[in-house]
Design a protein around this ligand. Structure first.
Ligand SMILES: NC(=O)c1ccc[n+]([C@@H]2O[C@H](COP(=O)([O-])OP(=O)(O)OC[C@H]3O[C@@H](n4cnc5c(N)ncnc54)[C@H](O)[C@@H]3O)[C@@H](O)[C@H]2O)c1
Length: 344
């Protein structure tokens, strides 16, 4: 049995990754360490919570003493706990620096100093560390050599973690690998992010807020493709290397909005233009040829519009899930499920 410690496994990508790992690697045990911030939701994991190969531990990545025994038990660490919402980082960057920078430094030091065999450390980074590309020249893409030019406090905090990972490999010879992925979509995404937000608003008869001129472009990747890429890099990536992960699926926000409206049978009248996000990056686009060439990974679940339609349908079919998030009821789940054990 191989034991993988996943940080942030109760979030959107984390929960999908934990399920992906258990489904695809029968010889794997998973420890999910998550402090359960507003975006950590154990209801994302009900389908596997009684799997004997899975264990949840409520713990903060900034707390070295809490992380040490978990790391010691693990053969490898997939570090994705983070503050993840750009808009929140504009309102208050402090939690972003704490978790994404200091938390990553704590995790790196705990893994570096853990007794016994060296453990691989995979850092889930983001394409946002590369800054922004112009809309005009579609031939320009982010490669792993593109300089780090983070533009939002979120991106700057992720870039700081990313640079620390590189530094720990260079300085201490740590076995690190990094993935830099584009925008994810799929089930269990916190409903303040654009796709679940729009679907939930439309179901509730509310308009969808569209930033600025709506021309900002993102490269959309299905979360299961991202999970597969993380697992591929964890198992086959070269120590010290960075791998871009993208869907080759650029869409402007207005195009995405029209697609969701069309899939749900609504028209333009449901769009509410709102003031643009401060410092809003214009375009992200990933060149993922390195991971394809060296590790054989290709996205297979992100094809548009089918994959988008499937995701929209998931939120339509799972209204209770996002309604419990919107009302805050999902927070009771930890107490019900783990409260007695946790306080024993
Ligand atoms: N969502 C995307 O499109 C995307 C794209 C590329 C990279 N990423 C990266 O992937 C990772 C996961 O993103 P997500 O969208 O699933 O985010 P999310 O906000 O849904 O989940 C983050 C998880 O981390 C946990 N967490 C936060 N602070 C913690 C702390 N101090 N200790 C322990 N746990 C803590 C939260 O409780 C939550 O469960 C992040 O590192 C993010 O930067 C996300």
């Amino acid at each position: 049995m191989t034991t993988i410690l996943v940080t942030g496994g109760a979030g959107f990508i984390g929960a999908n990754f934990v399920r992906f790992l258990l489904a695809n690697r029968p010889d794997c045990r998973v420890i999910n360490a998550d402090v359960l911030t507003y975006s950590g939701n154990l209801e994302n994991l009900t389908s596997i919570e009684s799997d004997p190969r899975y264990r949840f531990v409520k713990a903060d990545i900034c707390d070295a003493a809490a992380m040490e025994p978990l790391v010691e038990e693990a053969d490898a660490v997939v570090h994705m706990a983070a503050e993840s919402h750009v808009d929140r980082s504009i309102l208050d960057s402090e939690p972003f620096i704490r978790t994404n920078v200091l938390g990553t430094q704590v995790m790196l030091d705990v893994v570096r100093k853990a007794p016994g065999k060296p453990r691989r450390f995979l850092y889930v980074s983001t394409d946002e560390v590369y800054g922004s590309l112009p809309l005009e020249d579609k031939s320009l893409l982010f490669t792993e050599e593109t300089p780090i030019t983070a533009n939002s406090p979120y991106a700057a905090s992720k870039a700081s973690g990313d640079l620390l990972v590189g530094a720990y490999h260079h300085t201490f010879g740590m076995d690190t690998v990094t993935t830099r992925c584009s925008n994810n979509f799929g089930p269990y995404q916190f409903p303040e992010k654009v796709i679940p937000l729009f679907v939930a608003n439309l179901i509730e008869g509310k308009k969808v807020p569209l930033y600025g001129d709506g021309l900002n472009v993102r490269d959309w990747l299905h979360v299961d493709d991202h999970c597969e890429a993380i697992l591929t890099v964890l198992e086959k990536g070269t120590a010290g290397e960075v791998y871009n992960v993208g869907g080759n699926n650029e869409r402007s926000n207005i195009e995405l909005t029209h697609s969701i409206l069309g899939l749900m049978g609504f028209g333009e009248e449901m769009i509410e233009p709102v003031k643009d996000r401060l410092g809003h990056d214009r375009r992200y686009a990933i060149d993922a040829t390195k991971i394809a060439r060296e590790l054989g990974w290709h996205p297979t679940r992100s094809a548009w519009p089918g994959a988008l339609a499937e995701t929209v349908r998931w939120y339509q079919d799972n209204t209770e899930w996002w309604q419990r998030v919107r009302t805050g009821a999902y927070r009771d789940y930890y107490e019900q499920q783990y409260g007695r054990a946790a306080s024993a």
